[in-house]
Design a protein. Structure first.
Ligand code: GLN
Length: 536
C-alpha cells in the first residue's frame, strides 16, 4: 500500500485539490491504479449540513455521501467513483472515538488525541485504501499547515508514513505560494521556507514542493527552495496560473512530476505509455472554442461561483465536446421579482435553475422559468429547478394559480410538489435526504432518450420533496411529460415540454457525474440548444 500525502502552506485556496487530482490523472494515464482521500479538519460529520457559502457546493457521491467539492475534482480528473469513506472529517473521527469510549473499548485507558484520535485517522485511511484496488492512494490534507485543526492529521500521516516504511511507500508533497513582489518580478521564497519549517516541526520532511505562482518560477528560485528546504531541485515544481484547471496535468507533466514520483516510489514496470493527445485536444477546445454562448444561472448563492462548481464544470465539458465556449452569467434569483426578466436575460442563450433549499429566491426562479418557457429560451431545471419548472407549468399552463411545493407553502390547495412519504418522520437534517445513485427508466422516443439512450440512466440524488403523482395527468395534458421515472414508476425523474426547443428538467443532479470527456447529457443538450438559439 503506497500513499502520497499532499499538504498546503502559506495560504489556503492554493489549488491543492487540483494539484492532487492532476497527479492522480498523470499516474492513472500510465496504468497505475489510483484512489484518493480528502481530509477536512472541520467538526461537521460531513458537508451535507453546510451552506454553500461555507465551502462551496455540497458534492454528492454514488453511495449518497455528501462531501467536500474536492471529491468532485478527483472524480473528474481521475475518472473514478468514490464513496463517503474517501472523505475523512474531524467530526467522523471524534464521533467514532467517543462512541468507542462509551462502549468501553479502550479498556480503562485515558482517551487522548495521541494515540486514539491519530490511530482512528490512520485506520480510516488504511480502510479506504483497502476498499479500493488502488496501487497508490493520494491523501489531500485540507487546511493549512500550522492550523490547530490540522495538527492531529499531520501527526497521523507522519506516523502512517513511518508505519508503512517511509521510502518508497510514502511520499510527501507540499504546496506553497511563491509571490512576486513589485513590477520587477522578484519571486519571494521566504513564505515557502517558513511553511516547510512548520511542516518539519510536525516531523514531516517534504519530498516535493509545488509552488503556486503567477508565472513559472526561475531556476534560481528553484535552486534556493531546493537548498533551504532540502528537496531535490528536480522536485521543486512551478504551478503557474493556468488557462483552465484542466491544463494543470500538462504543466506538471512537462516538469517530470509523474516520472519523479514513479521512480521515487518504485511504481514500475508501467503497463501503459502515457498518451495525452485526447486530453490536449479537450484543453485546446476549452481555451480556443469556435463559438460562444452565454447561459444564465439563476440561483441564490450566486456570489460564490464554487456554490455551483459541478454545473460550471459540466458546461466546460459540454462546451468542449461541442467546440463552444460557455460563459455563465450568475443572476441572483430575487432580482427577477423587482427587475424585468427581459433585461436580466438579455444576450443569454439558455437558462439553468439549479438545486436549492428553502423559500427565499423561489418565486424569482419561477419567474425565470416562466420567461424562458414563454420566450422559447433553452432551459434546464435541476432538482429544485425541476420542482420550480413543474410549479410554473401547473400555475400558468394548467391554470392552478396557487400551485406550490409544500416546502414553501404547506397550506396550498394545490401541492404539486410534496414531501416524500418516507421523509415524514425524519427530524435530523444530516444525511437523511433521498441521497445517491438511483436508476431512472427513460421513455422511448423522448428527448431524454435521445440524450441518455433508451437504457435509462443512473444519476445522483439529494432531495426530500417530489412531484405529487395526483397531478401527473393534468401536467402531462399540458405538455409537461415525465419521460424519466423511477423503476417502480412512482417517482418523477425527468420532464420535458412539448413545443419548445429545449425545456427540460430533472429531479436528480446530472452535474455530479459529468466528466471531461463524457459531459452530463442534460448540460450537453442545453448548450447544444443554446448554440441553435444563437444561430451557431
Ligand atoms: N428543496 C428541494 C427538496 O428537498 C430540492 C433539493 C435540491 O435542489 N437539492 O426536494
Amino acid at each position: 500500500m503506497k500513499f502520497i500525502f499532499v499538504s498546503g502552506g502559506v495560504i489556503s485556496g492554493l489549488g491543492k485539490g487540483i494539484t492532487a487530482s492532476s497527479i492522480g490523472f498523470l499516474l492513472k494515464s500510465r496504468g497505475i491504479r489510483v484512489t484518493s482521500i480528502k481530509v477536512d479538519p472541520y467538526l461537521n460529520i460531513d458537508a451535507g449540513t453546510m451552506n454553500p457559502y461555507e465551502h462551496g457546493e455540497v458534492y454528492v457521491l454514488d453511495d449518497g455521501g455528501e462531501v467536500d467539492l474536492d471529491l468532485g475534482n478527483y472524480e473528474r480528473f481521475m475518472d473514478l467513483n468514490l464513496g463517503r469513506d474517501n472523505n475523512i472529517t474531524t467530526g467522523k473521527v471524534y464521533r467514532s472515538v467517543i462512541e468507542n469510549e462509551r462502549k468501553g473499548s479502550y479498556l480503562g485507558k485515558t482517551v487522548q488525541i495521541i494515540p486514539q484520535i491519530t490511530d482512528e485517522i490512520k485506520s480510516r485511511m488504511i480502510q479506504a485504501a483497502r476498499n479500493s484496488d488502488a496501487d497508490v492512494v493520494i491523501v489531500e490534507l485540507g487546511g493549512t499547515v500550522g492550523d490547530i485543526e490540522s495538527m492531529p492529521f499531520l501527526e497521523a500521516v507522519r506516523q502512517l508514513g513511518r508505519d508503512i516504511g517511509r521510502n518508497e511507500n510514502a511520499l510527501f508533497i507540499h504546496c506553497t505560494l511563491v509571490p512576486i513582489m513589485g513590477t520587477v518580478g522578484e519571486e519571494k521564497t521566504k513564505p515557502t521556507q517558513h511553511s516547510v519549517k512548520d511542516l518539519m516541526n510536525a516531523g514531516i520532511r517534504p519530498d516535493m514542493i509545488i509552488c503556486r505562482c503567477k508565472s513559472e518560477i526561475t531556476d534560481s528560485a528553484k535552486r534556493k527552495i531546493s537548498m533551504f528546504c532540502d528537496v531535490d531541485e528536480s522536485a521543486v515544481i512551478s504551478c503557474p496560473d493556468a488557462r483552465t484547471i484542466y491544463e494543470v496535468p500538462m504543466i506538471l507533466e512537462k516538469q517530470g512530476v509523474a516520472d519523479y514520483i514513479i521512480k521515487r516510489m518504485d511504481l514500475g514496470p508501467l503497463t501503459k505509455k502515457s498518451d495525452m493527445s485526447e486530453w490536449k485536444g479537450f484543453v485546446e477546445r476549452i481555451v480556443n472554442p469556435k463559438g460562444r454562448v452565454e447561459i444564465a444561472l439563476v440561483g441564490k448563492y450566486t456570489a460564490l461561483a464554487d456554490s455551483y462548481l459541478s454545473h460550471l464544470e459540466s458546461f466546460t465539458h459540454a462546451g468542449a465536446k461541442l467546440n463552444c465556449g460557455v460563459k455563465v452569467r450568475f443572476i441572483d434569483s430575487d432580482r427577477f421579482l423587482s427587475e424585468n426578466p427581459k433585461d436580466l436575460l438579455e444576450g443569454c442563450d439558455g437558462v439553468l435553475v439549479p438545486g436549492g433549499f428553502g423559500t427565499r429566491g423561489v418565486e424569482g426562479k419561477i419567474a425565470a422559468a416562466n420567461y424562458a418557457r414563454e420566450n422559447k429560451i433553452p432551459f434546464l431545471g435541476v432538482c429544485l429547478g425541476f420542482q420550480v419548472a413543474t410549479i410554473e407549468i401547473a400555475r400558468h399552463v394548467v391554470g392552478l394559480n396557487d400551485a406550490d411545493s409544500s416546502e414553501f407553502n404547506p397550506d396550498t390547495a394545490n401541492p404539486v410538489i410534496i414531501l416524500m412519504p418516507e421523509q415524514a418522520d425524519i427530524s435530523d437534517m444530516g444525511g437523511t435526504m433521498r441521497l445517491g445513485s438511483r436508476h431512472t427508466v427513460i421513455a422511448g422516443g423522448s428527448k431524454a432518450a435521445e440524450l441518455y439512450g433508451s437504457d435509462g440512466c443512473d444519476e445522483r440524488h439529494r432531495h426530500r420533496y417530489e412531484v405529487n403523482i395526483d397531478y401527473i395527468d393534468r401536467l402531462e395534458a399540458a405538455g409537461w411529460h415525465f419521460t424519466g421515472r423511477s423503476e417502480d414508476g412512482k417517482r418523477m425523474e425527468i420532464a420535458e415540454l412539448d413545443g419548445h426547443p429545449y425545456f427540460m428538467a430533472a429531479q436528480f443532479h446530472p452535474e455530479f457525474k459529468s466528466r471531461p470527456l463524457s459531459p452530463s447529457p442534460l448540460h450537453f443538450g442545453l448548450v447544444k440548444a443554446a448554440m441553435a438559439h444563437k444561430g451557431l
